[in-house]
Write a protein that binds this ligand. Structure first.
Ligand code: S3P
Length: 172
């Protein structure tokens, strides 16, 4: 289908738990485009998990690697790309995304995010005394930046295919 995408990449941004990977994968199938998740790509090239990378090198090194991966992915395409929650917040990564991608912010409320991230424990940023408060703090700091994405789709607590349809409507 012809979409507002043209030859650009479709890039999902937003906080952890917003559904970037799950929705992104489904949208890619619908569009007949390849799907890639930047966290998986980082793990593949570094042969380490995100948790191991944070522990061994710290967040700054992780961000530098993330930016390199995003820069490279943005040269190719079109693809559907889901990014780690901090990618769009990083000025360098955001610049690369903006230059070659149509960005979609999957926006969700605290309780929806919490419900989803609470079940898993692989997010190094949430290894704090009060992870729900940490999530709220991340929302406060990051939402103004995510708002710079080209499009916003609310990631509500409904069936995923409903959200997928809303994404497709937004870009077609
Ligand atoms: C991060 C989100 C994670 C991962 C890393 C840092 C963040 O990705 O990149 O733990 O800064 O919000 P998800 O959004 O896929 O969980």
């Amino acid at each position: 289908a012809r979409t507002a995408l043209g030859r650009r990449n479709l890039v999902f941004v937003g906080l952890m738990g917003a559904g970037k990977s799950a929705i992104g994968r489904m949208v890619a199938t619908q569009l007949g485009l390849p799907f890639i998740d930047t966290d998986h790509e980082i793990e593949r090239v570094s042969r380490m998990t995100i948790t191991e990378l944070f522990a061994a090198y710290g967040e700054n090194e992780f961000r530098a690697l993330e930016t390199r991966v995003i820069k490279r992915l943005m040269r190719g395409g079109p693809r559907v790309i889901s990014t780690g929650g901090g990618a769009f917040i990083n000025d360098n990564s955001r610049h690369h995304i903006k230059s070659a991608g149509l960005s979609i912010w999957l926006k969700a409320d605290l309780d929806v995010l919490w419900e989803r991230v609470n079940k898993r424990d692989h997010r190094p940023l949430l290894k704090t005394e009060n992870p729900k408060q940490t999530l709220q703090d991340l929302m406060d700091r990051r939402y103004p930046v995510y708002a710079e994405a080209d499009l916003t789709v609310q990631s509500r607590d409904v069936r995923k295919d409903v959200i997928v349809d809303e994404v497709l409507e937004a870009i077609i």
